[in-house]
Write a protein of this length. Sequence first.
Lengths: 857, 74
Amino acid sequence: MQAEGIDHIKFTTISPDTIRKLSVAKLIVPDTYNEDGYPIDGGLVDQRLGVIDPGLKCKTCGGRAKTCPGHFGHIELVRSVIHPEFAKTIYLLLQSTCSTCHRLLLTESQVKDIGAVVKTFVTAEEETEPTTVDITTLTSTISEQDSKMLLVKKLKSVKKCPHCEAAQPKLKLERPTFFYVNGNKIKPDEIRDWLSKIPDNDLRLYGIDPTATRPEWFVLTTLLVPPVNVRPSITLESGERSEDDLTHKLVDIMRINQRLEQDIDAGAPQIIIDDLWELLQYQVTTYFNNETPGIPVARHRSTRPLKTLAQRLKGKEGRLRYNLSGKRVNFSARTVISSDASLTIDQVGIPRRIAENLTLPIYVTLWNIDEAKKYLESKEYPSVINVILPGGIRKRVTDVTRDELLKELKPGQILERQLIDGDLALFNRQPTLHRISIMAHTVKVLPGRTMRLHVSVAYPYNADFDGDEMNLHVPQSLEAQAESRYLMQPHDQVLSPRDGRPIMFIEADELIGSYELTKEDKYFSKDDACRMLAAVGVYELPKAGKNGKYSGRSIFSMILPKDLNLEAKSSDGKVVIKNGELIEGIVDEKLVGMSGGALILKIFENYGAKATRDFLLNITKLALMAAAAMGMTVSVKDYYNPDALNVERAKIADDVARKAESILESYKQGKLERLPGYTRKETLELLVMAQLEEARRIAEAALKKNVTVENKAYLVAKTRARGNILNFVQISMLLGQQSIRGRRPSRGFAGRVIPYFKKNDKSPGAKGFIRSSFFDGLLPKEFYMHAMGSRDSAMTKSLVTAVGGYLQRRLINAMQDFYVGKDLSVRDASGALVQTLYGGDGVDPTKEKMAQEQKAK
Amino acid sequence: MAAPRELIPEHELVSESEVKKLVKDYNIPLEKFPKMVASDPQAKKLNAQPGQLVKIKRHDPTGKYTYYRYVVQG
């Protein structure tokens, strides 16, 4: 973001005189409304401060609730108070000026000495100028912070004033607003007095411009009261009025102020006056910031902390981040998503009810006026909702106005038409972590109440269909529509900007379908083949095999481009595609799935984005048909072990446990060799842990040996369509070692995890080794260990996401306006250089293939 | 100079004529180049003064490229 036309901005403090001039009313009554519900003159909702109730007139500008902008008032404080946000600055000024003559604790020559220090900041061009540096230019060359630091560091330790020779007292600031001189509290009046005596020229050295700000203004004598528009009161249904927190706070301030005045006039004892004075200071401090450290929080009657000035602005829910950086938008929709295998990755299914409410402008011209007329004439669904005349006047189309608007229709008008099939809309799922979290989809109006998307685009959005909701935005301007069309459609985003590999691919049911379909010796009847191919819009059959049936591979080949040639590796071996014919190999995850997607990549590179989109649609349909034709069911039977395996399983657990025990035994006998860099105890834990973790690996091998081809649970895990082998092992064999922060569970009771065990029992079972499987069910002690492990991983996971999210936010804020220039250098918004060559190599992973081909030419 | 020298890319001072060319090529004033402080060990080694430009020849695993840093006080 670049500011244009702003030369400079200067922040200054406001003076009591300015406050009085700004004010339209001096407020004297610490109350709001009288018994009749009418604003009290001189009260906090004085009608001179503006009006918010409809029907009343502002006594300052005569405006009504909608037209009166509100006017500031003021309170005269009987005794001055420190402005809490300036306490530090005041402290700094007091420390570096004389307590007697109030001059800066520097001799003239020392001021020049600072000039010498500062001179090194002056850049080369200025160096040729005379060495005597004017104080004013001096402060402009170094930052305010630097000059303050310099001064205070030097002057804190000065014992005697160089001007009047007076000894300097010890100063102390007790947060937030109390000052001590030699251990005695000094009052704001005295501080104000001191500050007002600091000469103008000395102030320049601090970077304070005395023509704009005098330090005595840091001590308040008048308080500016914001207009009622800033702190509107709410009328409840019961007719009761509820005032804003700021108004409450201001009432408190005025009440104490009034009491203080009365007590002073009545000649009350000094202690009472001082107490009230401090109370006034507290009220003013909390008025500015109710989270000031070191003082109690001011609360509402209901014990809810008051939201005062600082709280309005601060943080995620503050004015800046919530209202200014975060805006709400029109032309958007949100609902639950669900999947639809007959939509392409470019489409999004929109419920009719949403389509009827969202609009797209038709900019009427001579060339589209007939089309525009058609929509304007229509009384139902694809019709026009508003007509915007050239002056910007918006007219709603109703049965009454339609005929007239039709007569007046001419180029230059804008019609707001309901959303129809083929319109572009931006589709988004939060958290929006990367650019593929917002893509432009083609609208397809469908019955139902959910938005539909193709399963393969769920992955880039990180969406699933267990209740996820997504947002839709309709780009209104032609520029926005063009950008969406040419940059943001899913088919242009198939390759990941991270590694240049496809991030839209097939998963789960489709993946297992594709795997089974392209297995060797898989044949389908003519009926099945016809049904499957018709689903993808292919109305011819491949060549039949020798048995008169059709091989899965030949069916699969029908959705491949006719001149495609590819040799790739699948998980089981080689895959060969020749002239669009799958000759050898299984089309699995490495070709069309998450790890690799070689086939999708090849199609994208050779046949383009739109061919990839069509291929993804076809393979989804075909593979789903194949899976349905063959049947793909995981059942309890798949996890049931034969007796022999159960025996082997017990042996595995025994073996591992025995080996672990023997390590423990050698530790007890003091024979265990220490590993480099570890104590003996650590060595024991390390070795035992490693030994026990072996159990799962051995169990996995035994399970794999036992498993049959019919075992779909295993198949599904192996092809990475759903679940993994570890899940299978934990269900059928054993859970294995549980771990907490990478170690065996150890805490809980003295020397043991649960009192069930003996103290200092280091045996496998006592330290979270679980021999049961989920199929068997867990023993109570095992269940406890497992719960510990689960909680540990749940905690770690939530911590990692929180930390990662914050890191992401910081990075985005830091880099949001960087761009890659024509010369491949990275610049920020001001054009300043960030990197001479993008990423150090100038590579865009999604364009790597193109770059290589260009090089080859 | 704590890091092993083979881990530090080659630094060299940029001649005045080349500075002029770079300012023109990148179309930015010298101050908008990335910065390095004069007390940086590599700047000290070259005796680089504030206002000068240092060229860094980087040989990363992914490619070779040159980087520039404008020396500032510090």
